[in-house]
Design a binder for this molecule. Structure first.
Ligand SMILES: [Mg+2]
Ligand SMILES: [Zn+2]
Length: 349
């Protein structure tokens, strides 16, 4: 039998001619309609038309992760006894029944304001490794008009370990991703703004919860105002004349100015403690990483002044009046898109 090449298939039936199709025809787009599959040509066509439409509206696209990016959730039954009182708080705290289980949810500080502001510049997607049911509830909580059908969950992607922009209807040159997980986007690092992990409830594991860090969001405004500033800047640049119309270039350009002129020397820093690697971060920020300790070095990055580990380089830095700084200086600068004052991040004694 001749197989048709019509663009849309719903529950294995061609939507044009009604013939039964292969279950692997094209790509599944369940988030747009349960059982919907689109041909590759149709996906390309939809990406083209949607991107053109958005350009005319002066909008880009923003793909938002949920967990630890916009909110932190935990099953009620997993809350520690000392946390149980939290469920009675009303401040950006919610309790929702999902699949027969009660889930407590804390929104990241200023998330509602953030979404409202970015919605005028971006068409927004939710993209989560959570279930479809969970994703729908969270979209509802955050404001479902922002997302309409654009809620992609674990149940909508073929690969459970990675996320892909294939399912987003627009050109990759106009898509920015906000996610706290670098590794789930192996093909789209250039589109990614890595988010500082937002946690509110203690971890379920027995591991001791981390000490309050320099940028705890349990009080204060947290990181979203910084991210909003970057998104505004990119949006403005994208739509100005003579600028690159590719957010990947713009992200790189803006990031590359932040530590321009810094020449950093690392002493015994655990490279992999910080995704995507602390020297990668420094380089993306425009700093130059060197392995030669000479007068051109501006910063000696070192966690602690332990003579046995750091050798003479710390002493040298002090004599030469170089800036001694903790790796957190780079890490937080990377996450906030804003050069941090070095004295806020001293090397440990
Ligand atoms: Mg996440
Ligand atoms: Zn057909």
């Amino acid at each position: 039998m001749e197989v048709c090449r019509h663009p849309k298939v719903l529950k294995r039936l061609c939507m044009n001619c009604g013939q039964m199709m292969d279950s692997k025809y094209g790509v599944a787009f369940d988030y747009l309609g349960r059982g919907l599959r689109l041909s590759y040509e149709e996906i390309a066509r939809l990406k083209d038309t949607n991107s053109s439409k958005l350009l005319a509206e002066k909008k880009l696209q923003l793909v938002l992760d949920l967990d630890n990016t916009l909110l932190h959730s935990k099953l009620l039954k997993d809350l520690k006894p000392k946390e149980k009182y939290l469920k009675n708080q009303t401040d950006d705290m919610f309790m929702i029944e999902i699949g027969g289980k009660l889930v407590t949810i804390k929104l990241r500080p200023l998330v509602r304001n953030f979404l409202k502001e970015v919605s005028s510049m971006f068409e927004m997607y939710i993209y989560t490794m959570g279930s479809r049911d969970y994703a729908k509830h969270m979209a509802h909580l955050l404001g479902k008009d922002y997302f309409e059908k654009r809620v992609i969950s674990r149940d909508d992607s073929i690969n459970k370990e990675k996320k892909s922009l294939d399912l987003v209807l627009g050109h990759e040159s106009g898509v920015i991703i906000l996610d706290d997980n670098y590794k789930v986007w192996p093909d789209h690092h250039k589109n990614l703004i890595l988010m500082k992990i937002f946690t509110y409830f203690s971890r379920s594991s027995k591991r001791k919860s981390r000490k309050k860090d320099k940028l705890s969001e349990s009080d204060g405004n947290g990181v979203l105002p910084y991210i909003l500033t970057v998104l505004r800047e990119i949006h403005g640049m994208f739509f100005s004349p003579n600028m690159s119309r590719d957010v990947r270039m713009l992200l790189r350009e803006i990031r590359g100015r932040i530590l321009k002129g810094c020449i950093v020397f690392f002493v015994d820093v655990d490279e992999n403690k910080y995704q995507p690697g602390i020297s990668n971060q420094a380089e993306e920020l425009g700093a130059e990483c060197t392995t030669i300790l000479d007068s051109s070095v501006t910063h000696v990055v070192v966690t602690a002044r332990t003579k046995e580990i750091t050798g003479d380089s710390v002493l040298w830095a002090q004599l030469e009046k170089k800036i001694l700084v903790h790796p957190w200086w780079i890490y937080i600068t990377y996450l906030l898109w804003h050069r941090q004052p070095e004295d806020k991040f001293p090397t440990l004694n």
